[in-house]
Ligand binder design. Structure first.
Ligand code: PLP
Length: 448
């Protein structure tokens, strides 16, 4: 191991970083959202070194992507081997083994409703989370031949126009881009800490589900027009919101009742991050379609949308992508899944529990930590003015992000006022404590 601690030896951003940021400012799209000036040079495990030789502890994993850590030697090895053998051929027109091996593996690990030997889980390959969602939308329309979809407030499914139409987390994602794909209706999500109905879980009788059944489905949209309901088992961009098990089960019952397909977006929550291969497994529900990307190939661009043969019954040419399921990305994914299954899923559950315990202890001490939530290594804290009034404090959240960066800790925000912790799944208890110690030192300085 080259790195084992945070080392900050220049002002931040440092002189080399500043020069590169100036080039970025001039030539790179300003649509990207950079909170601070982290210019990465190399990475190893949960550490990233910047261009000035500063070493950071990375609790963002490239937005929940580097599941096996930065440059895991086994992943580097398969990428190098595959690159020397075959870089591209296009699985849309030809066959190659890495893609088939990955499809076979996805079929074994993906919890899809009514899957069997005669109705196996099949895979469609793309390059990004948004593409996984586009495939899911088209798959559902093709199967159900119904024009409409239902999604949730707080949802984030990507930035291509189809995926964007399903989003409900930020106006910035939508403004000036209309008209979007028509026919989407949004329902409030089960964000119990800020229940849109002012109710208190568990004594609420799931008013959010009642609203869908008794109001949306009788006054706004006919369930017979809906091809699919799509949701994130744990809302990501929306604030790492974990819904109650009953809410997710109710979505399954509702979709069965009306022959609507249930799509689970596991782009961020999948591939071991929550301490199970897929977050939906925490809820005892099997959807009809699962969309995955981010952590699946340890940083190689890849997405996989899975459904049974019966659901994915489209005709040749109806959907495809030249680069989707590239040999290198697929080889990296097969290796990633093996590492996840053998070590990292269990590690995510164990270390996640440890971090959560420490965050809860901090919540008891600090008035501005309104909520600690999440599963495995998909954790967040919500920053508020104080626990009683529970008003979101986005400015303080942003200040904490910057203070963390200054202390060599890379974290990102999510939702309007939350901090997310999405480290590589390789972190040890020592890395977890290192992160918690930095965080606590920031919290202390805020109240001093
Ligand atoms: N779905 C979810 C749940 C996501 O978190 C994201 C990205 O953050 C996407 C879809 C879109 O993924 P991508 O940015 O790879 O298109």
């Amino acid at each position: 191991m080259k790195y084992d601690k945070i080392i900050i030896k220049t002002e931040l951003p440092g002189p080399c970083a500043k020069k590169l940021i100036a080039i970025d400012e001039k030539f790179v799209s300003h649509s990207y959202t950079r909170d601070y000036g982290m210019v990465a040079k190399r990475g190893e495990g949960p550490f990233v070194e910047d261009v000035d030789g500063n070493v950071f502890l990375d609790f963002s994993a490239g937005i929940a992507v580097c599941s096996t850590g930065h440059c895991h030697p086994r992943i580097v090895n398969v990428i190098q081997k595959q690159a020397a053998e075959l870089i591209h051929m296009s699985g849309t027109d030809f066959y190659y083994e890495p893609q088939l091996r990955l499809a076979e593996k996805m079929s074994q690990i993906t919890p899809i409703d009514k899957a069997s030997d005669s109705n196996p889980v099949m895979s469609f390959f793309g390059n990004s989370g948004a593409e996984a969602i586009e495939a899911a939308i088209k798959m559902a329309r093709n199967k159900r031949r119904r024009p409409r979809m239902m999604a949730f407030i707080g949802a984030f499914h990507g930035r291509t126009l189809g995926a964007l139409s399903l989003n409900g987390s930020k106006i910035r994602h939508h403004e000036y881009f209309h008209p979007l794909v028509p026919g989407v209706v949004h329902a409030p999500y089960a964000y119990c800490k800020r229940c849109p109905y002012g109710a208190n879980y568990p004594g609420c009788n799931l008013e959010c589900v009642d609203f869908i059944k008794k109001t949306l489905f009788t006054k706004i949209i006919s369930p017979d027009d809906i091809s699919a309901i799509i949701f994130e088992a744990v809302q990501g961009e929306g604030g790492y919101v974990v819904p109650p098990v009953e809410f997710v089960k109710a979505m399954r019952d509702l979709t069965r009742e009306h022959e609507i397909l249930l799509i689970v977006d596991e782009v961020q929550s999948g591939m071991g991050r929550t301490g199970k291969m897929f977050a939906i497994e925490h809820f005892g529900v099997k959807p009809d379609i699962i969309a995955t990307a981010k952590g699946i190939a340890s940083g190689m661009p890849l997405s996989v949308t899975c459904a049974t043969r019966e659901v994915m019954n489209w005709k040749p040419g109806s959907h495809a992508s030249t680069f989707g399921g590239n040999p290198i990305a697929c080889a990296a994914a097969v290796e990633t899944i093996d590492i996840l299954e053998k070590e990292l899923i269990a590690n995510a559950a164990k270390i996640g529990e440890h971090i959560k315990t420490r965050l809860v202890a901090m919540q008891e001490k600090y008035q501005f930590i309104g909520d600690v939530r999440g599963l495995g290594l998909m954790l967040a804290i919500e920053i508020v003015d104080n626990k009683k009034s529970f008003n979101p404090d986005a400015a303080l959240r942003d200040k904490i992000l910057h203070m963390a960066f200054a202390k060599g800790l890379i974290i990102l925000g999510c939702g309007p006022n939350s901090l997310r912790f999405a480290p590589p799944l390789v972190i040890t208890r020592e890395h977890a404590d290192m992160m918690c110690d930095v965080l606590e030192s920031i919290f202390k300085s805020i109240v001093e």
